[in-house]
Write a protein that binds this ligand. Structure first.
Ligand SMILES: Cc1ncc(COP(=O)(O)O)c(C=O)c1O
Length: 390
């Protein structure tokens, strides 16, 4: 499945990390795995119905929380192995990346599997348990103190990555926001969905770097050109043309304009507020056992509405990027939710609608069927720059 990675696994044993290349271990029995990358992928899909969607209707959720770290394990392994094959990352070279957590877990895993030290630059919003988890997997966690005056925390983190790269000769930054390998990494996920579900009419994805929505849509559209793709963002995010505001939800949303977002692939975008995502994630936890974080709550809210309102028989697939464990101190903590005004607030049964992203600033669940790239000229210019070697 991970073609580039498999090529690496054929390297001499001396070139591999400590988890790999154990000659005394016999061939694994079916379903067993000798190496960390073997744990990633082939995640299950689950039918989500009552109480979010009554009347026998529902949608299929791809449970990416079944990966060791989450959906970004796929991206991390692909980014690192592609960089090694391309020669951008030498054996043993340091990986330095800006992350709000999930890619960090994947990079920690890729670092262990392939023998690279990992430094993760994040901000004070990172959950303490996640900070500990990243550290216990061997990553160095570097926390920026203040947001950038214009580009927010994300820009501050990216600038810190630049400083650290200058300090570590031979280090490499995956650049998940702009590196096209972060899109290509999701081809296997798309093929899994196609195998598991057959025809898919509607795909619902959260958008942060834009990687998984673009990568899955690209492959599924080749199989089904009329696939409808719905993007899910948080209020306060700039990605789809709203003004930058402080954001509580992590994972989805951005304060910059990631070039991996494929604006042309979306037929509409929804912005979701934190309380709406919390209510939906908690409802999923009580009714389906399978739940997750902010993006799971937001995606499930939108997918449930689609399942209630689209013609019967349309097959809807939604990607749940992670599981609930990281959010025990936020979404699933009554005190936290009470303090942030998030507790027991059922969302409306349908979103507000605006006709253009610039019509007004949205503060609650809102949809827009006109999807625009807020910085089309800048993106073309920057994409050319990325090709010429970042
Ligand atoms: C938990 C979670 N959900 C959703 C996303 C958005 O995914 P993408 O970056 O592929 O757009 C991320 C990205 O970091 C994430 O960590």
């Amino acid at each position: 499945m991970y073609t580039a990675l498999n090529a690496l696994l054929d390297l001499p044993q001396s070139d591999l990390g400590p988890q790999l290349g154990r000659p005394e271990v016999p061939s694994p029995p079916p379903g067993a795995s000798l190496s960390l990358p073997g744990l990633v992928g082939n995640t299950p899909v689950l039918w989500i119905g009552e109480p979010l969607v009554p009347g026998g209707r529902g949608f299929w959720a791809k449970l990416e929380g079944s990966n060791p770290g989450g959906i970004k394990d796929r991206a991390a392994l692909h980014l690192v192995s592609a960089a090694r094959i391309r020669g951008d990352l030498a054996p043993g070279g340091r990986i330095i990346e800006s992350t709000s957590g999930t890619l960090g877990l994947g990079l920690a895993l890729a670092g262990l599997a392939l023998g690279h030290p990992v430094t993760l630059v994040t901000d004070p919003g990172l959950e303490p348990s996640m900070r500990r988890l990243l550290a216990c997997h061997g990553a160095t966690v570097d926390i920026v103190a203040t947001p950038h005056p214009v580009g927010g925390w994300q820009q501050a983190r990216r600038e810190r990555v630049g400083e650290l790269k200058a300090q570590h000769a031979g280090s490499w930054c995956p650049d998940q926001y702009h590196n096209p390998d972060n899109v290509h990494a999701y081809a296997p996920l798309a093929l899994e969905l196609a195998t598991q579900l057959g025809r898919i009419d509607v795909l619902v994805c959260s958008v942060g770097t834009g990687g998984h929505s673009a990568g899955i849509a690209r492959v599924l559209r080749q199989l089904q050109p009329d696939l409808q793709v719905i993007g899910v963002d948080t209020i306060g995010s700039t990605i789809f043309g709203q003004p930058a505001r402080p954001r509580l939800m992590r994972g989805l949303g951005s304060s910059i304009y990631p070039r991996n977002v494929d604006y042309g692939c979306f037929s509409e975008v929804h912005w979701v507020a934190p309380a709406e995502a919390v209510w939906t994630a908690r409802t999923l936890a009580r009714s389906h056992y399978a739940t997750g974080g902010w993006s799971v709550g937001a995606v499930a809210l939108v997918a449930s509405w689609l399942a209630r309102t689209q013609p019967v028989g349309r097959r809807i697939a939604a990607v749940f990027p992670d599981g609930p464990h990281r959010y025990l101190e936020s979404i699933y903590d009554d005190d936290y939710c009470h303090d942030h005004g998030l507790l027991d607030l059922a969302p409306p049964s349908r979103p507000d609608t605006i006709s253009h992203p610039t019509e007004r600033e949205v503060t609650c669940w809102t949809r827009c069927a006109q999807v625009i790239d807020p910085q089309p000229g800048a993106r073309l210019h920057q994409r050319a720059g990325h090709r010429q070697g970042r």
